[in-house]
Design a protein around this ligand. Structure first.
Ligand code: ZN
Ligand code: ZN
Length: 735
């Protein structure tokens, strides 16, 4: 007898297990490609969609009867080789299950097993032959004439759905036109773009020109930090660098931290490039996202613009990666697969041998340290484009000034002056709601969240108390539960309170609040931002949403209502984040011909961080903060991982971490320290108790050498049954 050789595929399946699964390839099937999706039986009654990562002829799952693959979903790899390797690296580095990593990389439709072929609506456009025909050709064929006229009026082409509105008999007409070579189509319905460039490029400043030249001269992998003050024209540098990449017939990948920044940037791109743009972010519907992703993967989208997970878009002709606002914490995913899109972007650029530009006015200390090490090249834009001046920055000492509803007299006076000039003001307060505290003036009782170690925030809309950590809500208590008194009041200021004070003081002014409560509806933020740009607002009051790189050209006054929130926090990154937010929000002041003014209210005017801000010297701040990090052994001078646990009782989470620490014995390298397990800064959240344990090393390799076997040992502990636990490599938030 002649036995057919056993054909086995290793398949990555979204599941909590950190392993791949072996399946038989039935004799009637061809070998599925590595990187193709397959449907496989998984668990007792379920079929799962997985990605083939390897071919084999023997199984590692000894003794078990292997199940056969049920269906091969792709005839070619949906995840091409280089992307597959990058994902395997990421799974390994972040110690996250490979199947889940693969699932993160795929659009939802493909994850569910839908076909990976493009079947979008076609967009029909007249060819040059078609646009030059003699109209008398149509004679009395009125339908043909109507279709031709509609196409002629739409130089970017018409979708099939739009043609159907012209005439229900469009299809026969289009087919007749196509046969004569008068029309052509593209499957571009999910891409943005079309009309030819409308804006002439501006003249570059010498610093911009130098940056463009440096990026353009790079051959192969070359990491750049584009450190440009706000308003210095970083986007123009991206545009020029992308232009060159497009001329070479290659693709550019641009990452932004926030969905709300994509329309602004996409519009900039559209005004300069006729090349189609694939925009990828989580607000797209599944169909549009899958289509844009497939177009990018097929090489049909020369520009790909997206948020965090767009880093996993396969691009066959990648020529450049841009990470805008590289310091932004949104590039790090905070749950599940906790990856940093910025860090993966650097690795991807290095593996695919392309330049990468990290842009920021306030670079992260990690990136600055790489510049100081000589690993990255810094390109500096120290001046604003178009001759605009940097705003002046002054501190207002709240110890010496009265303040009403969060605003001191000098800031109020500045608001009055700005209103009188017909210019816009922006007030920054990183606290939404009306007041952060609801207090009894009889006994000092403060309304707590019943499920968290947190106070409830008073929201005047609906007169309710809300927890910003777990979302629980309650009515205002009629009397104090402790002393039965009824003298209960809001204490402190949130954005709602400032908004109401402003409308009271300046009844003629148009006051606009921008925070998570005011722009909850889909598209509301974009609409609000558009109103601001069109001048339909006099004073803006908002949270950190305002510090995210939106362009407000008419704002000439910025007030930071409370700069102190980040100065004395337990999180080692809080000062860095505070400075980044203030510099970013200050950068909204004074563009073009109008000089801006920034007023920062603080109780600590002599703090070195604020002094660096006043002198607008980000490097001075970075020196100060780096020294602090060096002394305390935090990144970029050490590498961290955080083991988190949560349980229904505090003792359970802590006991689990102590056991985890114990099983590290014998495998922990000398250069790695595991700190004591501690309750998280907010120990109780949404009714669960949380604890954490920091692992620290000056050697990245030593840290990972521990994590690999350690996580396996932790997974075998019986204590895992009573906790939810996770490992966060390079954590951004330490709580
Ligand atoms: Zn009381
Ligand atoms: Zn809560």
């Amino acid at each position: 007898m002649f036995a057919a050789p056993t054909r086995i595929c290793r398949v990555a399946i979204p599941a909590p297990l950190r392993t791949v699964f072996d399946y038989l390839v039935p004799a009637a099937f061809p070998w599925p490609s590595v990187g193709a999706r397959v449907r496989v039986p998984f668990g007792p009654r379920r079929l799962a969609v997985g990605v083939v990562v390897e071919h084999a002829d023997t199984s590692l799952a000894s003794g078990k009867r292997l199940k056969p693959i049920a269906e091969i979903l792709d005839s070619e790899p949906v995840i091409p080789g280089p992307m597959l390797e990058l994902l395997q690296w990421a799974a390994d580095y972040y110690h996250h299950p490979i199947g889940d990593v693969m699932a993160t990389a795929l659009p939802a439709k493909l994850r569910r097993g839908d076909p990976s072929v493009l079947h979008g609506e076609r967009v029909w456009v007249l060819t040059s032959a078609g646009s030059q025909i003699d109209l008398s050709l149509f004679g009395r064929a009125r339908v043909q004439r109507r279709v031709w006229e509609a196409l002629n009026a739409a130089p970017a082409g018409l979708r099939e759905s739009a043609l159907a509105e012209v005439t229900p008999r469009w299809r026969a007409t289009i087919e007749a036109f196509a046969a004569k070579g008068w029309v052509a189509y593209d499957d571009l319905d999910c891409l943005e773009g079309g009309p030819p460039a409308t804006t002439a490029p501006p003249t570059l400043t010498p610093a911009q020109a130098a940056a463009v030249a440096a990026v353009g001269a790079a051959a192969g992998f070359a990491p750049f930090l584009l450190h440009g003050v706000t308003g210095s024209g970083k986007t123009e540098v991206y545009l020029r660098a992308i232009e060159k990449v497009l001329r070479q017939g290659r693709q550019a990948l641009v990452l932004v931290p926030e969905i709300s920044l994509t329309p602004q940037l996409a519009a900039r791109f559209r005004s300069r490039f006729s090349a189609p743009i694939a925009v990828l972010h989580s607000n797209l519907n599944d169909q549009a996202r899958a289509c844009a992703w497939l177009m990018a993967r097929a090489g049909k989208a020369p520009i790909v613009l997206g948020t965090r997970s767009a880093i996993f878009t396969p691009l066959p002709r990648l020529g450049l990666i841009v990470v805008d606002e590289e310091h932004d914490a949104s590039f790090k995913q905070q749950d599940g697969f906790r990856y940093s899109a910025r860090d993966i972007a650097i690795l991807r650029a290095s593996r695919e041998h392309v330049p990468i530009v990290l842009g920021s006015a306030t670079p992260s200390l990690e990136t600055l340290q790489r510049v100081r090490d000589g690993a990255y090249t810094r390109l500096t834009l120290a001046e604003r484009a178009g001759g605009a001046m940097m705003p002046t920055i002054e501190l207002l000492d709240l110890r010496k000034l009265p303040h009403e509803d969060g605003i001191s007299p000098p800031l109020r006076a500045a608001l009055i002056e700005t209103l009188a000039r017909g210019e816009q003001s922006l007030l920054f307060l990183n606290r939404r709601g009306f007041a952060p505290v609801w207090m009894c003036y009889g006994c000092g009782w403060i309304a707590p969240c019943p499920r968290c170690d947190a106070r409830l925030t008073f929201h005047r809309g609906g007169a309710r108390l809300r927890c910003h950590h777990c979302g629980s809500e309650s009515e205002l208590p009629a009397a104090c539960p402790t002393c039965r008194g009824t003298d209960l009041h809001p204490l402190g200021e949130g954005t709602e309170r400032v908004e109401s004070a402003l409308t009271r003081w300046f009844p003629q002014a148009r006051v606009l609040r921008i925070d998570r409560d005011s722009v909850r509806a889909k598209g509301a933020l974009e609409a609000t931002l558009a109103r601001v740009r069109e001048g339909d607002a006099d004073i803006l009051i908002g949270t950190q949403m305002l510090s995210k790189g939106h362009d407000f050209p008419n704002v000439t006054l910025v007030g930071v209502l409370n700069a102190d929130q980040g100065l004395y926090s337990t999180d080692f990154r809080s000062a860095e984040r505070l400075v980044q937010q203030i510099v970013q929000v200050s950068g909204r002041a004074g563009r073009a011909a109008k000089t801006g003014r920034v007023l920062i209210q603080t109780f600590h005017p002599s703090h070195p961080v604020l002094a660096a801000l006043v002198h607008q010297n980000y490097d001075a701040f970075a020196d100060y903060a780096m020294e602090e990090r060096r002394q305390t052994g935090f990144p970029p001078f050490a590498h961290l991982a955080l083991l988190r646990a949560e349980a229904t009782a505090a003792t359970v989470a802590l006991a689990f971490l102590r056991r985890a620490r114990a099983v590290a014995r014998g495998i922990i390298p000398d250069t790695v320290q595991i700190m004591d397990p501690v309750p998280s800064p907010m120990e109780r959240r949404a009714g669960r108790y949380r604890a954490q344990m920091l692992v620290q090393s000056t050697k990245r390799s030593a840290l990972h050498a521990l994590l690999r076997p350690w996580i396996e040992r932790i997974g075998e502990l019986k204590e895992t049954r009573r906790v939810r636990w996770s490992v966060d490599v390079d954590p951004i938030d330490l709580y």
